[in-house]
Design a protein around this ligand. Structure first.
Ligand SMILES: [Zn+2]
Length: 263
């Protein structure tokens, strides 16, 4: 069973506009139309059984609709992650509500939500996530739509890891997009889950990825794609082509996410 820990989808009435905007700013041709049915077909083509759909609240008032939409799309194959916005006044209640609804965690994105990963004001949010036993997925590294923005850079991620007891952090794009040398020296081996989306097709030297795998705990790395901003089938093949043991592939594709998501 392959689990994709990083995908995106939008409600049918918003998908068209959202996809146009995002495709324009990222200059990436999407691999499906941004709808849940499009995602499910993409999963079928790639042999992916379950996918986490990650939401990002770009405005505080979106959080309620995001929670509603998460509950609507939650299924055997779709594991939705909600979001909060740093400017929400009632973060404590919102996070409690997300937990109470049975959702597993939230995604936060420094560029789309205007914060630095290691901002003092963010630690209150991180603590609430930990206290409620939720999972915190961060966009990390540079971003394809904000290529020189350093708000999610490695040294900031490093300042968050290990600071809050019990906080489960997932760092996207193998620890930081386009900063993989720094991930190898600063992040690999730390108490954080890495997911592999948008890495192997962008990394110049695949050896660095293999070195990160060697240095990092084998039960803290998971398969992700960031679809529709990457093609799920292609990302599956890129992992399958790696010169690593089948056992490690099984952990990456399936076992580690099963454990983290308690599936
Ligand atoms: Zn993403």
């Amino acid at each position: 069973m392959i689990i994709d820990i990083h995908t995106h989808a939008f409600p049918d009435n918003l998908a068209g506009e959202a996809m146009n905007k995002l495709a324009y700013s990222s200059k990436v041709k999407p691999s499906f139309d941004g709808s849940i049915s499009g995602l499910l077909s993409s999963m079928d083509r790639a042999g992916i059984e379950k996918a986490a759909v990650l939401n990002i609240a770009t405005k505080p008032e979106q959080v309620f609709n995001i929670i509603k939409w998460c509950l609507k799309i939650k299924s055997d194959r779709i594991v939705p992650f909600a979001s909060v916005h740093p400017d929400n006044g009632d973060i404590k209640d919102l996070i409690k509500r997300i937990k109470g609804e049975g959702l597993l965690g939230i995604k936060l994105h420094p560029m789309y939500q205007d914060f630095y990963l290691d901002d003092d004001k963010m630690f209150f949010i991180y603590e609430e996530v930990a206290v409620n036993g939720l999972i915190l997925i961060f966009h990390t590294g540079l971003d394809i739509a904000f290529r020189s923005d350093r708000r999610a850079e490695v040294k900031r991620l490093k300042r968050v890891i290990g600071k809050i007891p019990g906080l489960k952090i997932v760092a996207t794009h193998t620890g930081s997009w386009q900063m993989w040398n720094d991930v190898l020296s600063e992040i690999a081996g730390l108490d954080v889950w890495l997911e592999t989306s948008m890495t192997l097709k962008y990394i110049e030297d695949k050896k660095i990825f293999l070195e990160i795998l060697k240095k990092h705990s084998p039960d803290r790395i998971m398969f992700g794609t960031d679809a529709p901003w990457s093609d799920q089938k292609e990302e599956v093949e890129l992992i399958n082509d790696l010169d690593i043991s089948n056992e490690l592939k099984y952990r990456i594709f399936s076992e580690n996410a099963q454990k983290l998501l308690s599936l």
